[in-house]
Ligand binder design. Structure first.
Ligand code: TRP
Length: 73
């Protein structure tokens, strides 16, 4: 699992949350990381993390392209 692609999240406002959800039959939040505007988090999907939820305005870059989270103005 160490070689999985990275996801890059760049916060565009203060208080963006990157929430990791567990892999397996139970899907639960296991980690929440708070980013302030301009902060970048580089993360992978792992044996513990099957999904991520991004709350707040951010740019997300992955092998599947770029997407924006948060309210549209
Ligand atoms: N301990 C977590 C894991 O190995 C760390 C982690 C990896 C994580 N990717 C994440 C936490 C994405 C939150 C979001 O799975």
């Amino acid at each position: 699992m160490a070689e999985t692609d990275y996801i890059i999240i760049r916060a565009e406002e203060d208080g963006v949350h990157v929430i990791g959800l567990t892999r397996g039959s139970d899907t639960k939040f296991h980690h929440s990381e708070k980013l302030d505007s301009g902060e970048v988090m580089i993360a992978q999907f792992t044996e513990h993390t099957s999904a991520m939820k991004i709350r707040g305005k951010a740019q997300i870059f992955s092998a599947y392209g770029a997407v924006e989270s948060g309210k549209k103005k």
